[in-house]
Each structure stands twice: as structure tokens, then as C-alpha cells.
Design a protein around this ligand. Structure first.
Ligand code: TXA
Ligand code: MG
Length: 337
């Protein structure tokens, strides 16, 4: 069996001719395949690609019809805007107005897992569907070499949400994309995502920076530059990321948090030494390291969901540093607010 190719998908239609849907390979992210992916993107198709946070489902952000294909593939509500990915801060400045604090954040964290929500420039060619008609635009400069090479090869900004069906955990591996979205989508395979949590999103209320989504950069790292951040989740008067309203990161099985004594029917996500008694133990980090737990979180939630356990139980995770974002995703996975 060829490891990188999946079997073609055949759909028989009653009474009609046999329909054959071309299945897409997971393409190793070689220079030739990056060029092929860039060509598809320029032609208005969607392509999934790795970033250092999670896999994204990309389309030419200046092409409304191409962007519509992202919403269709994900079954994503159209009122939920997308992040626009660009290769460098210089390019980002064509699309948005940067305040002095925004400049400082961009200088400190780009390229990297930071998304800035900024006032959109009138001359930005990004399609209105990307920003859901808002006056702001979410911009990110990813660090992953494949994302960088792809952005430079296609020479258009790429709108890209996480490459999962709306509501599911984000994909941290090329295979998760096909699992979630089907095998008709081209996926550039760049191996496992290094960080495993989505980018941290910062917006602004006037000149006050607001934390819109916890993510791969810990709050404290951002606050070292901005001072204390206002918190959109805690203050309903603050601007929000529309996507935070929706159910997200949720496995199909029930999820229980802060479990120290797992049941014998549990798939147990451990942190540090694992207690005995669970049906299956899936270590987030045996050494109790938050970065490692973050990079394993979505993969292990998917694995636990596919197991024959009755429930997914998760050990207590400390809430400092990246633990704050991990606990945010876990509460959403468990549907606790
Ligand atoms: O790490 C990441 O950020 C990944 C990779 C692929 O870049 N992308 C990602 O995208 O997580 P997505 O679509 O799953 O989440 C983007 C979030 C949503 O909650 C959306 O509502 C918010 O960003 N957002 C986008 N544009 C916005 C805007 N103009 N104002 C407020 N929130 C915005
Ligand atoms: Mg998402």
C-alpha cells in the first residue's frame, strides 16, 4: 500500500451512472508540491497546509468564490470571520492600520502564532466574506517553513481557518484533515504541528489591547509587551471574536475535567504520573510539561474519541502559562463555561 495515498472514493448513484469522486493525496510538502498547491490556490481552489499551530484550510483571500468554498467545506457559519495569512509584517501593513502597540506586538511575535485584529484599510483587496463584513481584519504571519513557502509561492493573502469541520478539535496532523473534511481536499503534509494550539488573538478597543482568544503564546508573554490585557471573555462590553460563541473543540464522547481517580471505562488524558484504574491512559505529558501537553492535546482528544472508552477523562492541568489556553480548550471540549 502506498502510505501517502488513500483509496479513491466511489459513490454509486441509484439508477444513474456511477459517479467517481477524485480523492486527493496527502502531498509531502516538497518544493514541487508546494508549487502545485500554490497553482491550485491561485486557480480559486482550497488547499490545507501546516502552520506551527494547527493545519489551516487555505483559499485566496481576495477571491470571494474561493473563500466561500472554505465555509462550505467546514460547514462554518458565514458570520464567523477568517484569519488572513500573509508572509511578513510589510505585507500585513497593506491590509490594516497598526497602532504603536500593534507594531510592537508584530515586531515581537511575527512570524509566529499571534493573530492581530486591526482596523481594515479601505484599499485591502481581501473579500468581504473573509472579514464577515466587519471593519476589522484578523492578520497572522505564520512561522512554519511550509506556510511561508506557500504564501510566497502563491503571492496572494490566504484566508485560512483551522482545517476541521466546525465544532471539532483542530487538526494537528495532515491525516486529521482528511479524517475531518474528507479526502477530496488537497493537503500539504508537513508532519505534526509543533505547537498544537491555535494562535493567540489580540484585538483593540481604541488603543487598549484586548485578549480575544488564548492560544499558543501565553498571556504573560504578551503582557510583558503590552501591560495587563483586557479580557473579552470576562467583559461583555469588549469586542469579541465571533468564533468564540460557537461550540468548538468538542469530541463526540462526554468529557470530564479535573479527574484524579479515573473510572475503568475512561480514556484518561494524564498530566504527570498517571493514576491506575483507567481503561486507556493517553499521556498529555508524562513529565508534566505544558508545552508538550499543548502539542498533544487535540491529537489525544481525537484518539480518545476513537477508542472504545465510554468517557474521556482529563487530569487537572495547572492554569499558569500555556495551561490557561489548554484549560480554555478543555472547558469548551467539555461544554463547561
Ligand atoms: O492558529 C490559528 O489561528 C489557525 C491557523 C490555521 O492559522 N487558525 C484558526 O482559525 O484558528 P479559526 O478560523 O479556527 O479561528 C479564527 C478566530 C475565530 O474565532 C474568528 O471569529 C476570529 O478568529 N476572527 C477572525 N476575524 C476576526 C475579526 N475581524 N474580529 C474578531 N474576531 C475575528
Ligand atoms: Mg477553528
Amino acid at each position: 500500500m502506498q502510505s501517502n495515498f488513500r483509496e479513491g472514493a466511489f459513490h454509486a448513484r441509484e439508477g444513474g451512472p456511477r459517479q467517481v469522486t477524485q480523492s486527493m493525496p496527502l502531498l509531502p510538502a516538497s518544493p514541487a508540491n508546494i508549487a502545485r498547491a500554490a497553482e491550485r490556490l491561485r486557480a480559486g481552489e482550497v488547499v490545507a497546509f501546516p502552520t506551527e499551530t494547527v493545519y489551516g484550510l487555505g483559499a485566496d483571500a481576495t477571491n470571494g468564490e474561493a473563500v466561500a468554498k472554505i465555509f462550505a467545506a467546514k460547514t462554518r457559519p458565514k458570520i464567523n470571520p477568517l484569519i488572513t495569512h500573509v508572509p511578513d509584517a510589510g505585507t500585513a501593513h497593506r491590509h490594516a492600520i497598526f497602532s504603536p502597540v500593534a507594531e510592537k506586538l508584530a515586531a515581537a511575535f511575527w512570524p509566529g502564532p499571534l493573530t492581530l485584529v486591526l482596523p481594515r484599510k479601505a484599499e485591502s483587496p481581501v473579500a468581504d466574506l473573509v472579514t464577515a463584513g466587519l471593519e476589522t481584519i484578523a492578520l497572522r504571519v505564520p512561522r512554519h517553513p511550509v506556510a511561508q513557502a506557500l504564501l510566497r509561492a502563491c503571492n496572494v493573502p490566504l484566508a485560512a481557518p483551522s482545517a476541521n469541520r466546525s465544532g471539532e478539535p483542530s487538526p494537528t496532523d495532515a491525516a486529521h484533515v482528511a479524517e475531518s473534511l474528507g479526502d477530496e481536499i488537497m493537503v500539504l503534509d508537513g508532519g505534526a504541528a509543533i505547537m498544537g494550539l491555535e494562535s493567540t488573538i489580540i484585538g483593540f478597543d481604541g488603543s487598549t489591547p484586548v485578549l480575544l482568544r488564548l492560544g499558543a503564546i501565553a498571556r504573560q508573554e504578551i503582557e510583558a509587551i503590552t501591560g495587563p490585557l483586557a479580557d473579552a471573555e470576562l467583559d461583555p462590553a469588549r469586542p469579541r471574536a465571533p468564533g468564540r460563541m460557537f461550540r468548538h473543540y468538542a469530541p463526540k464522547k462526554p468529557v470530564a475535567l479535573n479527574i484524579t481517580a479515573p473510572l475503568k471505562t475512561d480514556a484518561f488524558l494524564s498530566f504527570g504520573p498517571a493514576p491506575s484504574g483507567a481503561h486507556i491512559v493517553l499521556p498529555l505529558s508524562a513529565a508534566g510539561r505544558l508545552e508538550e501537553a499543548a502539542s498533544n492535546l487535540f491529537r489525544l482528544l481525537r484518539l480518545a474519541d476513537k477508542s472504545d472508552a465510554a468517557r474521556i477523562a482529563v487530569a487537572p492541568i495547572p492554569s499558569h502559562g500555556l495551561g490557561e489556553a489548554i484549560n480554555d480548550r478543555l472547558r469548551r471540549a467539555a461544554n463547561v463555561t
